[in-house]
Design a protein around this ligand. Sequence first.
Ligand code: ADP
Ligand code: MG
Length: 397
Amino acid sequence: MNIHEFQGKELLKRYGVAVLDGYVASTPEEAEEGAKKLPGPIYVVKSQIHAGGRGAGRFKDDPNGKGGVRLAKSVEEVKTNAAAMLGHVLVTKQTGPEGKQVNRLYIEAGCDIARELYVALLLDRETSRVVIMASTEGGMEIEEVAEHNPEKILKVHVDPATGVSGYHGRKLAFGLGLEGKQVNSFVKFVTALYQAYVELECAIVEINPLVVTKQGDVVALDAKVSFDDNALFRHKDLEALRDDTEMDPKELDAAKFELNYVALDGEIGCMVNGAGLAMSTMDIIKLYGSSPANFLDVGGTADAARVTEAFRIITSDPNVKAILVNIFGGIAKCDMIANGIVVASKNLDLQVPLVVRLEGTNVELGKKILAESGLKIIPADNLADAAQKVVAAVKGA
Ligand code: ADP
Ligand code: MG
């Protein structure tokens, strides 16, 4: 689960992570009120959406205007900027071309930046340890740094039994070229960050940029905090930070039926059991020249009801021009899945071409049910055959 920057900063602050003062606003008047409580003379007006790249992003209705993070030199300027941003759609590298509507702003104290650094904590699955990553290339996308200058990413792993110690922070601080009192500030910062990461059971905490101020302080200027969904049941208070307006309505709907669904922007709806098979199904659709409209793992216990819900969600996406069902019957037997497909197609009056590839337990019975259903289902024998047929169906349509 992702949360907003201002929520992340509030949580991190409780652990002793240095952040600047700021106030949330959902109207220009609230933005003005917030700014009045800050010392000035520089204020920063920051769009609160679940996506990065806001500074370099542009508003859809003003593509040549200013971005989603704006400096203001007076309280009045804060207010006019707030009015120009609230309710408008911000497009960034991470939002996709459709962008995200800005419903809230964070009005933050302006900061005298000497250096912009990067620091992030995440789980390294290979070593089963939390890894602290740091880089001198703050403010940039870390993926770019990883691709072009991998040597500029420093990493230390933390043994969960002993936890974080001064050594970890110092090693990174020296690697980043910090000096004097900056080293201690950084060590304190990273230690607090680690404590927050572990206690809140985060998936990732990314501070980009982490800045060294002209006064030598180390402060989080941005904060991306995301929690491990599987641990959320232990943190009821964090549930309150969920912002459903940031989620795709189809994904919210799918979550209610415990379907693993991720909306994408292609044209072929996919219904698959097993995450690995779902990934390879998306790959092979690409390979044959089209693109998937979604990732969907219906799970091992797929029955007629779940299959119907899955079809309903897939077809609620207007971009879907055909559907590919790719099921490997194990616990979920092929005949049961076939029955589910027949019931769902009839109930939903499915209009788009449907290609079905079944394999595994009771496959012959499953194929027979589909063939005798009277529905216009295109059967496929294997993954490549299925992908070719569904792409042909889309291209022909
Ligand atoms: P995003 O990563 O979504 O673009 P950031 O919070 O990282 O958003 O802000 C983008 C840039 O704006 C930062 O790299 C920094 O240069 C500047 N910035 C952000 N907050 C402040 C602040 N409080 N004071 C001064 N500059 C800021
Ligand atoms: Mg940032």
